[in-house]
Structure formats: structure tokens, C-alpha cells
Design a protein around this ligand. Structure first.
Ligand SMILES: *Cc1c(COP(=O)(O)O)cnc(C)c1O
Length: 438
């Protein structure tokens, strides 16, 4: 498969180069040259295939000859090592739990898949690759875990000072070895801008072979298409019609993956992008004006993003036509108060514990179902993190009820040194630091 830059459709690169560079030199995000269509028969038979076989069929055409099939198969087995259960909450509303991975966030899948692909290419090229990543919380931990001790790679993580939860910071700063944590005195958009500038900087690129592990990298969203197929696979026996998905969205990588799954042939009727008060996209769909405001801090901090990079892919996918887009997508925003209230309600009424991100996904789904006044087909929201990751923000009456997993208990009990470097949000400070390292 070849990939073109959204800034210049004639700039075609291989899958290998798309993974290795993250962003096109012209600053555009990469898109696959065409979208492979799945056989209708494959979809009907989904329940009889195991998840690794399904993943192989979905992802192989996007890689093509650049990784031999045997290795793709290995990568998939390394990546999909935990379950993705679909559970009924009430009526026709289901939750797809994506948090059973090592850092308890859905990003474990994309980070691991990308780390495996990158390590394959860096071994082939016999050169070290430096992954630069800006995180508003969960990306950092998942990428750190996915790349930890992977030969031929080092990871530099930029995260906003006071912008991530204590557990998230621990996941970012405690691994050491090939994982470096930079605490930036600024917000997530500052971190992301610094990373973007580093990619375009000549001197930095002379010294480093850089790539990005943010969801702009094709290696991140490609495997996230699996989620939507796995949801369909679990629900097909009950009601084999079209699905509705509500996706708690920040950088819009996860929902973009869903839209790609739909273009490949998965019967998805509609998407809801549920956001916190960083509501650039809900406002855009109303007014047609794309106008990011400064980032506001919320309790769903992995979504504290006002200028979502993957939206340019979505916009492109719908021919930059707001009417076409609105036929497939609605977007709603919710406040912290609404988020906390629904967490309490859902616990009281259904004994299900939402995290602040999943809570926003639930709220978006419910709002949509009320608006269309139709509750007959299965509607699914994605639960993107385990509530224990956001213990600091959970309603205090519920804190005791949040059950930890065994894996997390072990992680929490082990005392670790936090290793981090603090920098201001000035790109030149960051650049000098990069150039001064040996
Ligand atoms: C990253 C993240 C999101 C947002 O996903 P995007 O792909 O950036 O839209 C939502 N919830 C959690 C818990 C996350 O970590």
C-alpha cells in the first residue's frame, strides 16, 4: 500500500516510510491511496473467525509487501493479547471495553502495533529510531509500555506539567531505559506544537531519525479499526443490522479508525463524536467554522485537545463537504458536572462504573438516541480507560467501589523512581536540549 500526503496528493510514500516518518515532510498527514473493500461474506462469517485472523484480513492490505505475512501475523499476536468485551448496560445501549491492556487504556493496541512495526523496520535498516510523542495523558503511558526495551528504538515523551493524572505520570516516568519523559510547562497543544516543529527542523533531523507515535502515525489508527469489527462480531447474533458508535474523542484518531472500518464495508449507520468542553468539532458541525479556542482543563484530560489533528483525515474522507459529513457524524460536548453526575447515576442504577471519558461517550450516545427518537438498533459507546486511572477525579462516594485489577495492584505497590526532565514550552529550549544530548 502507498500513502499520500494530505497537503500534496502526489507525494506518495510506502507503508514503511509512512510509519518511519509519521508526518509527511510537507507537514501533511498520510492517507492510504485506496480503501480496501471487504467481502460481504467475510462480515457474515465474522463470529467463526478468531480475532487474530480477523485482524490479519483487515490490516494486511494496508501493509502490503513491506512486512512479510508471517511477521504481520506475529505483530498481531503480540498486540492483541487481551479481551475486548461488549457488555449491555441497559435497553439497546452497549459498552465496548477497550481498557484491558497493560496501561488500562485503549491506546495500548495502537502503541504496541506501532512499536512492533517500527522495530521491524529499524532492524532492517540497522539504525536507531527516535520516537517523539506529545501526550495529554494516555498516549505517553501506552507508548512507553509498548516501546520499552524494544531494540533499535528510543522514546521521548512530552507531557504537560499538571496536565496528567498521577498514575499516568507514573506510567510515563517510571520505566527508564529507552524511555525519556519531558515535563513541559505548558498545555498539550504546546507539547504537540513542539513535536511538530522538531519534525520540520533541519538540525534536529540531521542528528536523529525521528518518528511520531501520536495518533497521526498510520501505525496507531490502523489497528484501532479492529475494535469496531470486534464489536460487530459480538453483536451480530443478536441483531445483524447497522450499528451506531459513540466515541469519546480528543485527537479524533479512534473515531477516524471507525470511519475507515465503515468505508471498508462494516455496516455502521452513524458515529457520534463525544467531547468535553474542548468543543471545536461540535461547534464546527453547527456553524461550519473551524475555530479552535485555547485548551480548557477537564477531568477527561485525555481529550483536552482543541485542534484535533486527525480531523483533517475525516474532513478529507468526506470530501470536505459538511453535508456529507453530517449524514454520518454528530458531535456533542459535555461538562465535568454532567460527566460526574452520569457516573453516579449509571453506578446507582446499573452497577456499572464509567470512567470520565467513557461517561462522555455514554452521554453522547444517549443525546443522539433522544434526538432521533429511535431506540431499536444496538448502540455502542467505547469505554476507553479503566476508571481507576482517573481516581483523583471520580465522585468521592464511588471511589471505594472501583475495583482494581491484579496487574495494577502490583504496579501500584512497587515504588518506583520518577525520572523526568522539566522544560519550558519554548521550542528553542527543547531543540537545544535535543542537540546537546549525546
Ligand atoms: C486518547 C484518549 C481518548 C481520545 O482518543 P482520540 O483517538 O485522541 O480521539 C479518549 N479516551 C481516553 C481514555 C484516551 O486515552
Amino acid at each position: 500500500m502507498l500513502y499520500y500526503s494530505l497537503k500534496n496528493y502526489k507525494n506518495l510514500v510506502s507503508f514503511e516510510d509512512a510509519i518511519l516518518t509519521g508526518l509527511s515532510p510537507d507537514g501533511g498527514l498520510y492517507m492510504p491511496k485506496y480503501i480496501p473493500k471487504l467481502e460481504p461474506n467475510f462480515l457474515k462469517k465474522l463470529p467463526i473467525f478468531d480475532i487474530h485472523t480477523i485482524a490479519m484480513v483487515i490490516v494486511k492490505p494496508y501493509i502490503g509487501k513491506y512486512i512479510p505475512a508471517k511477521f504481520i501475523n506475529d505483530i498481531i499476536h503480540e498486540t492483541l493479547t487481551f479481551p475486548f468485551p461488549l457488555k449491555k448496560i441497559h435497553d439497546n445501549i452497549y459498552v465496548l471495553e477497550l481498557f484491558h491492556g497493560p496501561t488500562l487504556a485503549f491506546k495500548d493496541v495502537g502503541a504496541k502495533f506501532m512499536a512492533e512495526c517500527l522495530s521491524f523496520f529499524s532492524e532492517k535498516l540497522e539504525k536507531n529510531v527516535t520516537v517523539l510523542v506529545a501526550t495529554s495523558g494516555d498516549t505517553g503511558g501506552a507508548v512507553a509500555k509498548g516501546f520499552h526495551k524494544k531494540p533499535g528504538t528510543e522514546v521521548i515523551i512530552l507531557y504537560p506539567h499538571n496536565g496528567v493524572s498521577s498514575l499516568q505520570e507514573e506510567q510515563i516516568t517510571s520505566l527508564g531505559s529507552n524511555i525519556l519523559a519531558l515535563e513541559i510547562h505548558g498545555n498539550f497543544d504546546d507539547c504537540q506544537n513542539m513535536v511538530k516543529k522538531a519534525f520540520l527542523d533541519k538540525e534536529v533531523n540531521q542528528k536523529y531519525t525521528l518518528t511520531s507515535a501520536n495518533s497521526i502515525n498510520v501505525g496507531r489508527w490502523l489497528p484501532q479499526m479492529f475494535y469496531y469489527f470486534l464489536a460487530y462480531r459480538q453483536i451480530i447474533s443478536e441483531n445483524p443490522i447497522e450499528l451506531v458508535f459513540s466515541v469519546p474523542s480528543g485527537n479524533f484518531g479512534n473515531i477516524f479508525a471507525g470511519m475507515m472500518a465503515e468505508k471498508m464495508g462494516l455496516p455502521i449507520k452513524f458515529f457520534i463524536a463525544s467531547t468535553n468542553i474542548n468543543d471545536t468539532i461540535p461547534r464546527f458541525l453547527k456553524s461550519g467554522k473551524y475555530h479552535p479556542l485555547s485548551v480548557k482543563k477537564t477531568i477527561s484530560n485525555a481529550m483536552d485537545i482543541s485542534d484535533p489533528s486527525n480531523f483533517s483525515r475525516i474532513w478529507h474522507l468526506y470530501d470536505k463537504n459538511i453535508f456529507k459529513l453530517k449524514k454520518k457524524l454528530s458531535s456533542y460536548k459535555f461538562t465535568d458536572e454532567e460527566t460526574l453526575a452520569i457516573i453516579e447515576t449509571i453506578w446507582k442504577e446499573y452497577k456499572y462504573m464509567l470512567d470520565p471519558h467513557g461517561a462522555i461517550g455514554y452521554l453522547g450516545l444517549r443525546r443522539y438516541l433522544q434526538e432521533i427518537d429511535n431506540t431499536s438498533y444496538p448502540a455502542i459507546f467505547l469505554e476507553t480507560a479503566h476508571p481507576i486511572k482517573f481516581l483523583d477525579h471520580m465522585p468521592s462516594v464511588l471511589k471505594k467501589q472501583i475495583v482494581s485489577t491484579q496487574e495494577l495492584e502490583i504496579f501500584l505497590k512497587t515504588k518506583r523512581k520518577k525520572r523526568k526532565i522539566s522544560l519550558s514550552n519554548d521550542f528553542n529550549v527543547f531543540k537545544n536540549w535535543l542537540l546537546a544530548r549525546k
